[in-house]
Design a protein around this ligand. Sequence first.
Ligand SMILES: [Zn+2]
Ligand SMILES: [Zn+2]
Length: 114
Amino acid sequence: MTESIADAVEAELVQLSKLLTEPGPRECLRCYLIRMLNEFGCNNTHRWTRQWRDSRAPRARSLIERLQRRGACCCDCEVIFNVFTDYPETSHPLPCAGVSRAGSTQPCDLRSRR
Ligand SMILES: [Zn+2]
Ligand SMILES: [Zn+2]
């Protein structure tokens, strides 16, 4: 009995953490990274970039190599600092304006929201 409760709790936690770290259906890579870095921080890898890629743009195989060439050599925050440099100054993450098409690795146009 206790075992099945533990299993159920664990399954729930897995489900919950999946929900929390799942990119939104039209959330762009940049807004997703900002949201994840804000909530969970950076672990000095491209884990969030990889997670977004796997969920939203599985065919963008060279995405991380491309970002590395543009200055994000080692981790997710460098993607924000060195690649997506036009993010508006704000104290809290802005809601994503949505990618133009599914699978696009381009950031959304946040100015269109204002
Ligand atoms: Zn980092
Ligand atoms: Zn966005």
